[in-house]
Design a protein around this ligand. Structure first.
Ligand code: GMT
Length: 372
């Protein structure tokens, strides 16, 4: 198949899922055309069957805002005609599904059929999509997509409760390449902690919905009981709050702020517990990446997290904001070596349920259905 993938190039979960999906399909022999504003963060353009097309929105002194959407629709039209695309897969409804529909209509005028698959990722519904500024447009683009998928049952339900949805939404959970996290990686633990210390980790785009302040609060409670270090991976607007709390609790010697990290498995493999206390989380890809590295996760009960993290098996789930309960769970795991090892194995077992070999065929089925 010849598949166009429209996605964000940044480190957000939707762009990562789109990129990993496209690269995997390319390795299976499909021709994959990525359409984005710049090269997606994890995209390996040296792979066979992978093409990248940059949306180049032109500015003009009259414009207050650059008309990115017209440039995107036009590029989808051009790429579809040039490479004879069979289907376009829009990741994140805003504005990708909306402008894919416009491209579809332009092509229809020219007698060319381009089916649209839209994947809803989370904040395109829960935070941004339901805002009155975007709501009608998002509802329209969901209803006009030929097939709509959601990354969790919870997100599907929220979408149906929030909008007037006239079509079935298919849940296809996010996936992981487990083998990648099993390969021998140089885990240089001594760079981060002494032998008698445990390592807690948090990975995100450090946005307010991630409640990164809670991560510091949890760690502050844990480090009073357990010799430990905290690693924070990612960049984002909450960094100032994090630095304020590190100062407040005098944790400079115990918290490593790493910024963006490309080969995450090199850091995850040396971690003992992963913290994800989010306010909103449609799936929690970062938790799945941690579990694939045999790291148990302590998460909030937000959104679809309970579909990813099995409570008392791959980790623990506590109420959003209950930092004391999350700290207690971390101490429970980190103070009992047998229990920690059992949960590490169980976390890996849980990650195997979301292996790419189980999930990617579900997308292939969707493409085949929509094309034929
Ligand atoms: O807000 C983010 O964390 C980024 C966002 C995105 O779309 O780029 O992530 C969402 O999509 C991920 C991949 O499907 C999910 O794993 C995240 O749970 C989801 N984030 C939220 O719902 C807040």
């Amino acid at each position: 198949m010849k598949i166009g993938i429209v996605c964000y190039p940044t480190y957000g979960g939707s762009g990562i899922v789109a990129t990993e999906l496209g690269m995997e399909l390319a390795m299976q022999g499909h021709c994959i055309h990525f359409i984005s504003s710049s090269i997606p963060a994890r995209l390996d353009v040296t792979l066979p069957n992978v093409y990248f097309h940059q949306v180049q929105a032109k500015n003009y002194p009259l414009f207050e805002y650059i008309p990115y959407g017209i440039a995107l629709s036009t590029l989808i039209v051009d790429i579809t005609k040039r490479y004879k695309l069979d289907v376009i897969h829009a990741h994140y409804a805003i504005p990708h599904a909306y402008h894919s529909f416009m491209a579809q209509q332009i092509l229809k005028e020219q007698g060319i059929k381009l089916p649209i698959v839209t994947t809803l990722h989370g904040t395109d519904i829960t935070l941004v999509g339901k805002h009155p500024t975007y709501k009608s447009g998002v509802e329209f683009s969901i209803n006009k997509s030929d097939i709509v998928t959601s990354v969790s049952e919870d997100l599907k339900k929220v979408t149906e409760d929030t909008f007037n949805i006239k079509k079935e939404i298919i849940t296809i959970p996010n996936f992981i390449d487990n083998k990648l996290y099993e390969e021998e990686t140089p885990c240089i633990r001594k760079n981060f902690a002494n032998d008698d210390e445990k390592i807690l980790i948090h990975v995100s785009n450090l946005r307010p919905v991630k409640r990164v302040s809670d991560v510091i609060e949890i760690f502050n409670l844990v480090q009073k009981e357990i010799k430990s270090k905290l690693i924070i991976v990612g960049e984002g607007p909450e960094i100032e709050n994090i630095e304020y709390l590190i100062e407040k609790y005098n944790l400079h010697e115990k918290v490593h702020l790493l910024g963006k990290v490309n080969q995450l498995q090199k850091i995850l493999c040396l971690s003992d517990v992963f913290l994800l206390p989010s306010e909103l989380e449609s799936f929690g890809l970062a938790a799945l990446e941690a579990m694939a590295s045999s790291t148990p996760v302590i998460t909030s009960n937000a959104g679809g997290l309970a579909e990813v993290n099995e409570n008392n098996f791959s980790g623990f789930i506590e109420q959003i904001g209950d930092v004391q309960a999350m700290a207690n769970r971390a101490i429970e795991l980190l103070s009992d070596e047998n229990k920690l090892n059992k949960f590490k194995q169980q976390a890996k077992q849980q990650a195997l349920k979301f292996d790419k070999d189980k999930i990617i065929p579900l997308y292939v089925k969707v493409y085949k259905k929509v094309i034929h």
